[in-house]
Design a protein around this ligand. Structure first.
Ligand code: DOR
Ligand code: ZN
Length: 348
């Protein structure tokens, strides 16, 4: 009997960290092998804040694309309290960037230059609303007195909802949502709002990080929450609701920086993310909805055409093996271990 298989359009990744230099060169093929496009995160050191920064970073990515690849990086600007609305508009209208990223200062890796006082970026956000430019948002407050597991919900209540009330026409992507609160917010909201979900948040809960030993490779931000939240995310992702789509947040860090008394946040999933995702959708009896989540809903939210190419995934009789690490010029990066057998593999 033929192996079960599924053919979908070529997917896109609506949230990806590629870094720069040797790391960029080593991790880019892991994404360009499977994805036609990706929204590229701007949290370099120093960050990508101007049109010129974005153009130069785009060119460095294009310069190291594997031979024959026509992978398209969709660039973003990193919003700061000093962002010039005219430069941002020029970057967007000239097609150099697709969106701008809002990091609350201190929320995550390389976010020190992010926003401390949201009032200070209102002129920029008003301009974005005027020109129809997407705001991608890392939705966590950073207040020391807010428990890390509550930071997404508190951000929605205290920052995002008031902001959207003031500026209802602003297009928003809630990135890498991790809670049922975020799902409820998306479900109940009107207007141009959608959410990306990572593969790993569909597969692990916080026990992966903390139960039976501390496992730094499962630490990311927003941190994985309890099981009820994971189940809400799986339900949302497999619901066929066009407001949810894939953003892997694949975020490479050298192992030496992960396995450290103060290790970095980030999970590197680019290598096996589509195989893992097919397993999730198969387990949920929702393989027929994988294409909507990974290939159709994202372009619709961003107002872009869907990809013409296709990807075939085939179910194997025995679990598929993935590399444990990717070697880079700077050291090794551990590949996400989904902690469960994956029977699906990308074939073409
Ligand atoms: O886990 C994360 N890693 N979350 C982020 O928001 C940033 C990312 C990174 O850049 O490593
Ligand atoms: Zn990220």
């Amino acid at each position: 009997m033929a192996q079960p298989s599924i053919t979908i359009r070529t997917p896109d990744d609506w949230h990806l960290h590629l870094r720069d230099g040797d790391m960029l060169k080593s991790v880019l093929p892991e994404t360009s092998r499977h994805f036609a496009r990706a929204i590229i995160m701007p949290n370099l050191v120093p960050p990508v804040v101007t049109k010129s920064d974005a153009e130069q970073y785009r060119d460095r990515i294009l310069a190291v694309r594997p031979e024959g690849s026509d992978f398209k990086p969709l660039m973003t600007l990193y919003l700061t309290e000093g962002t010039d609305p005219d430069d941002l508009e020029d970057a967007y209208k000239s097609g150099v960037v697709t969106a701008a990223k809002l990091y609350p200062a201190g929320a995550t890796t390389n976010s020190e230059n992010g926003v401390r006082n949201f009032e200070n970026i209102m002129p920029v956000l008003e301009r974005m609303a005027d020109i129809g430019m997407m705001m991608c948002v890392h939705g966590e407050v950073t207040d020391a007195d807010i428990d890390i597991f509550d930071r997404e919900k508190v951000f929605i209540d205290r920052v995002l909802d008031p902001l959207r009330t003031k500026l209802p026409e602003l297009k928003v992507t809630m990135e890498h949502i991790t809670t049922s609160d975020a799902v409820d917010y998306v479900a109940s909201s009107k207007g141009p709002l959608a959410a990306s979900i990572t593969t790993h948040h569909l597969m692990i809960n916080r026990n992966a990080i903390l139960a039976g030993g501390i496992r730094p490779h499962y630490y990311c931000l927003p941190v994985a929450k309890r099981e009820t939240h994971r189940l809400a995310l799986r339900k949302a992702a497999t619901s066929n609701d066009e407001r949810y789509f894939l953003g892997t947040d694949s975020a490479p860090h050298l192992d030496e920086n992960k396995i450290d008394p103060c290790g970095c946040a980030g999970i590197f999933t680019a290598t096996n993310t589509m195989a893992c995702l097919a397993q999730v959708f198969d387990d949920e009896g929702a393989l027929d909805r994988l294409e909507a989540f990974a290939c159709l809903n994202g372009p619709k939210h961003y107002g872009l055409a869907v990809n013409e190419g296709s990807m075939t995934l085939v179910k194997q009789d025995t679990p598929v093996e993935f590399p444990d690490v990717i070697k880079t010029g700077e050291g090794e990066v551990t590949v996400f271990d989904p902690m469960t057998p994956i029977y699906w593999d990308v074939k073409a």
